[in-house]
Design a protein around this ligand. Structure first.
Ligand code: ZN
Length: 546
């Protein structure tokens, strides 16, 4: 694998050098013919060299990030527990090196000089300069010692969290989490912010979005979703999930899950699926995208939906323009847009009637004992059953956002010092009671359920709900242009939808911000809750006969 990477990067270097020579040769000819002023020629030559130099330096940084991501993937899939401490050190070294390589004065100077080059806004060159400038300015604000300390703490934090969760004991994780909150405060202070410390952290995941924007979208959602949940709770017995409360062989779940994963367009030649405690997607190239899922006999069909969810993330990564490969422009533009892709394939498609019209007969063949007497309609209603429950990742589409509102509010309280880490479990339980009328019986079902904080991620959770909202904002536009999509899904055809997303979103990578993409794709001026609320209200009013 290492040799392949070297060969590939050598090839790219040669290609870049060759292209630069071609440009110079053609310009020398034109210069000789008196077409071009000497000063222009020299300036152009310098810019070409500066651009190549910048691209090569940024590629080294990207390669280190990908090597670090590979260690992270291994950590969560195959690494034995004994490897934890050494792995934390290795990750800290790689992250520190990447940070040092990226934050040199030389890169800053190149970015400044090249900003004068006048590249077309939509070109890869101009886009790279915008994205690199933004990342560079943020990274320069973090001292290398803080970066290494974060890497080490977050890596060890995940191991400590995993054991605390297994033991259902928040006390084991408390001091580590306090340190993680403190590191996040240091990061936010280093980045700077105007009036809300949360803005600085949110901006890492959702560039340009302010806490006030999120609060406003969330308030609009709450105004509609809270009464909807109440109306459904009043009719909670109208839908049964008894058909799903059986044992489903893990190997068969794995095999069945691969069918839709292939069908939606996940390319196994450029990716693979493995198992992990917390499903995730990562990548080391446009051509090497890893997804994971988790399996248990008694939790069907959550593994199937996590496969579709991570598959949606993976499609975004695999379908970037090949010209972006190895550059900082590859990948999703924001976490919210990324999540819009995973939610789309998991929920809008994977929990839809047309999808199961196609897949349900096959599923019944995989699990005849469990499902042969369960009708398609009963199954469709069961997988969409609304339930007041403790675990975010298993929540239905209606109550899911309540889990996010809770985390969004608690994170703000922790970061502003209004809440101490020691009091977090009680605060969590109080909010669960307020939003869902439930009190978790233990910390594993409450405050310890998610990996994110242990990995240092604060300001990240709101992007899940933003993703829900965006998935419908984009999909409703796709439906306007391709009105027969549901009929295609019922025939097991997903290529037109993938093609639409590839054309409008995936291929651009990070070239455009979320707001630029929203405007280009839908014409809307920013994120809008309307299409999502219309979808949720319509779908669940039908299921619950409201
Ligand atoms: Zn996701």
């Amino acid at each position: 694998m290492r040799n392949e990477i070297v060969t590939l990067s050598d090839r790219r270097e040669r290609h870049l050098r060759l292209r630069a020579v071609q440009v110079r040769v053609s310009e020398t000819l034109r210069y000789a013919q008196g077409d071009i002023e000497e000063s222009y020629f020299q300036r152009r030559k310098i810019l070409e060299e500066q651009l190549q130099s910048l691209q090569a330096k940024l590629k080294d940084v990207t390669n280190l990030h990908h090597a670090s991501a590979l260690l992270g993937w291994d950590q969560q899939t195959y690494m034995p527990p004994g490897g934890a401490e050494a792995r934390a050190e290795q990750l800290a070294t790689l992250d520190k090196l990447a940070h040092e390589l990226f934050t040199t004065d030389e890169i800053g100077q190149l970015l400044t000089d090249l900003a004068q080059a006048g590249f077309d806004y939509d070109s890869n060159e101009a886009s790279l300069l915008r994205v690199a400038r933004r990342d560079y300015d943020l990274a320069r604000k973090l001292p290398p010692e803080l970066v290494a300390e974060m890497s080490r703490t977050f890596s060890i934090g995940q191991q400590i969290w995993a054991k605390a969760r297994a033991d259902q004991d928040f006390a084991q994780f408390r001091d580590t989490l306090a340190k993680i909150v403190d590191l996040n405060i240091q990061v936010a202070e280093a980045y700077g912010y105007e009036d809300n410390i949360y803005d600085a952290l949110l901006d890492q995941f959702e560039p340009g979005m302010k806490t006030a924007d999120v609060t406003s979208v969330f308030n609009e959602l709450k105004a509609s979703l809270v009464p909807l949940v109440q109306a459904i709770v009043a009719r909670i017995d109208a839908v049964s999930d008894t058909p799903l409360k059986q044992e489903f062989d893990e190997k068969l779940q794995w095999d069945f899950g691969l069918l839709p994963l292939h069908a939606i367009g996940f390319d196994m030649e450029r990716g693979r699926q493995d198992k992990s405690t917390h499903p995730f997607t990562t990548n080391f190239s446009i051509n090497d995208v890893r997804v994971t899922t988790r399996l248990a006999r008694d939790t069907f069909p959550s593994s199937l939906f996590s496969t579709l969810h991570e598959g949606g993330h993976a499609l975004y990564e695999q379908n970037g323009d090949s010209a972006l490969e190895g550059s900082m422009l590859a990948g999703g533009t924001s976490l919210g847009v990324h999540e819009s892709q995973s939610r789309l394939w998991e929920n809008v498609l994977g929990r839809s009637r047309p999808f199961w019209q196609y897949y349900y007969p096959g599923l019944q063949e995989f699990f005849p004992k469990q499902l042969e007497r369960v009708s398609l309609d009963e199954f469709y209603r069961a997988i969409n059953r609304v339930e007041l429950s403790f675990i975010r990742v298993e929540a239905d589409e209606v109550t899911y956002n309540m889990h996010i509102f809770l985390r969004f509010e608690l994170e703000q309280e922790l970061l502003t010092g209004r809440l101490n880490v020691a009091d977090l479990p009680a605060a969590w339980n109080a909010k669960m009671e307020a939003y869902l009328g439930l009190t978790p019986p233990n910390d594993a079902l409450g405050v310890l359920q998610d990996i994110h904080w242990s990995g240092g991620m604060m300001g990240y959770f709101p992007t899940y709900t933003l993703g829900n909202v965006l998935s419908l904002q984009f999909y409703s536009q796709a439906l306007k242009e391709l009105p027969d999509l549901p009929e295609q899904f019922a025939r097991g055809e997903f290529g037109a939808l993938l093609g639409w997303f590839r054309e409008h979103i995936h291929r651009h990578g990070r070239k455009y911000t979320a707001n630029e993409l929203i405007r280009r794709v839908t014409g809307d001026d920013g994120i809008k809750a309307g299409p999502y609320l219309a979808y949720i209200n319509q779908k669940f009013s039908e299921i619950y006969s409201l």
